[in-house]
Design a protein. Structure first.
Length: 261
């Protein structure tokens, strides 16, 4: 088994939508909705979910007050938020795969897989275990709870007007509310386990986000499934119906839980 196979990497090329230009709407005085969506992989194009939510939010906000951004890189996540000036976020929604201690914005995309493989192979060649810091840096597609402790994150946190006083954050996806997450590998591989070296036990990414931004955050404590809005009701269906009125993710168990600062 070679070095790359030991990580069980799944690499998939994706087209995605382009991130909006920094100057578009960010410097206009608005109170509105920001919708990020990551790579859906086996769950399909998360852009569909974002557009469906936008359609719903048009009942409350004008079109120009709703921003949709393809977001598959955590560094871009912080860079984008740092550009906000007059536009104030009332609702932040993120469609992403998650696993307790992190949002996997770039789940199974090329950039994340390449960065991970390079970092791991470098540690193998030098004959030492990969470090916590190296994994944090290599995982460009994963927004970890640990990332909220970095300088780039604190720069965003210093913007006290980024969110309105009544703003909420919602993570649409799996397991973002699971706390005390423990990372593991299949021996002899040592990669994800390096994240256990510091800042344990890990809070859930939902709770860490609530604490970081000081805003109520919603997340799930189970896996999630796809539902379609058909004849006014959200339904689980084996195939996507042609004339549905909406598409969303919903927890397999219960609903999205509230996490407060």
């Amino acid at each position: 088994m070679d070095e790359i196979d030991e990580l069980n990497l799944i690499v998939a090329e994706i087209d995605g939508r382009n991130v909006l230009d920094w100057d578009v709407t960010l410097n206009i005085k608005n109170l509105g909705v920001l919708i990020f969506y990551g790579n859906g992989a086996e769950l399909g194009d998360f852009g569909q979910f974002a557009e469906s939510l936008k359609k719903e939010k048009l009942k409350t906000y004008p079109k120009e007050n709703i921003i949709i951004v393809s977001m598959q890189n955590k560094n871009l996540f912080f860079d984008y938020l740092s550009k906000f000036n007059k536009f104030q976020i009332e609702e932040l929604h993120v469609f992403s795969h998650a696993a307790g201690g992190g949002l996997y914005l770039g789940y199974h995309n090329q950039e994340s897989a390449t960065s991970r493989t390079i970092a791991y192979n470098q540690s193998v060649r030098r004959g030492t275990k990969i470090t916590y810091e190296e994994v944090i840096e290599a995982e460009v597609g994963a927004l970890f709870t640990d990332d909220y402790l970095t300088k780039k994150a604190l720069k965003v946190k210093s913007n006290k007007t980024l969110f309105s006083p009544t703003a909420t954050i919602k993570f649409w996806g799996c397991n973002s509310g699971v706390s005390n997450w423990v990372y593991s590998d299949t021996p002899p591989t040592y990669y994800w386990s390096a994240l256990n070296e510091k800042n344990t036990p890990k809070p859930s990414i939902a709770q860490a986000t609530a604490d970081f931004f000081q805003r109520e955050t919603f997340g799930a404590t189970s896996g999630s499934h796809i539902e379609f809005l058909v004849n006014g009701k959200w339904q689980i269906m084996k195939k996507q119906p042609k004339n549905h009125q909406g598409i969303r993710l919903h927890p397999d168990k219960g609903n999205y839980n509230s996490y407060k600062p």
